[in-house]
Design a protein around this ligand. Structure first.
Ligand code: URA
Length: 209
């Protein structure tokens, strides 16, 4: 089973409170999502491998460390995932960004990719799939399927909030994918909203209804 990590840093929890509040307007909501994404990026990159190199400082020669291993790809699930990209790029500016847009065909119930544009070398990258809300887990699981079909091997999933139902779905479908959350909420309601949640993340990010 995939591991689930709740990144309960005080700054993340504090900012999530204002993200959840219905009194937070679009501009502030967007800024807070970016800030929390940066903080989560810091935590999610904790296990990146390092290698030692030798450099000259102005006063001596020193052995010091740089990142080694796989390069990173950030994969927002459209549309709400877009709100998390800039926050992550603040810390990982050299990451490549791919986009996945999916919906379920109401008749066949099969996922339809209406948009997919990925870095050419995804099989060589550590991919971080981002979506603010892990609700039923359907979109995240389908997006991860799309990436695996195209050769991705190392995938993490990062969400601001999740319902237990969504976590279970991704764990079942993708036991190799670790899941990083800002908070694990109580449940989904009958309309598929996370409770207590934050409402519709896409609408709140982009000021739509
Ligand atoms: N997507 C959202 O934006 N919000 C939810 O609560 C569930 C899914």
């Amino acid at each position: 089973m995939s591991n689930v990590f709740v990144l309960d840093h005080p700054l993340i929890q504090h900012k999530l409170t204002y993200i959840r509040s219905k009194d937070t307007g679009t501009k502030e909501f967007r800024a807070l999502v970016e800030e929390v994404s940066t903080l989560m990026a810091f935590e999610i990159t904790r296990d990146l491998p390092l290698e030692e190199i030798t450099i000259d400082t102005p006063v001596t020669t020193a052995k010091t460390k740089v990142l080694s291993g796989k390069k990173i790809g950030i994969i927002p699930i459209l549309r709400a995932g877009l709100g998390m990209v800039d926050g992550m790029l603040n810390l990982i500016p050299a990451a490549k960004v791919g986009h996945v847009g999916l919906y379920r065909d109401p008749e066949t119930l099969q996922p339809v990719e209406y948009y997919l544009k990925l870095p050419g070398d995804i099989h060589e990258r550590e991919l971080i799939v981002v979506d603010p809300m892990l609700a039923t887990g359907g979109s995240a699981s389908d997006a991860i399927d799309s990436l695996k079909k195209r050769g991705a091997e190392h995938i993490k999933l990062m969400c601001l909030l999740a319902a237990p139902e969504g976590v279970e779905k991704v764990q079942q479908d993708h036991p190799d994918v670790d899941i990083y959350l800002g908070a694990l909420d109580e449940r989904l309601n009958e309309k598929g909203y996370i409770i207590p949640g934050l409402g519709d993340a896409g609408d709140r990010l982009f000021g739509t209804k």
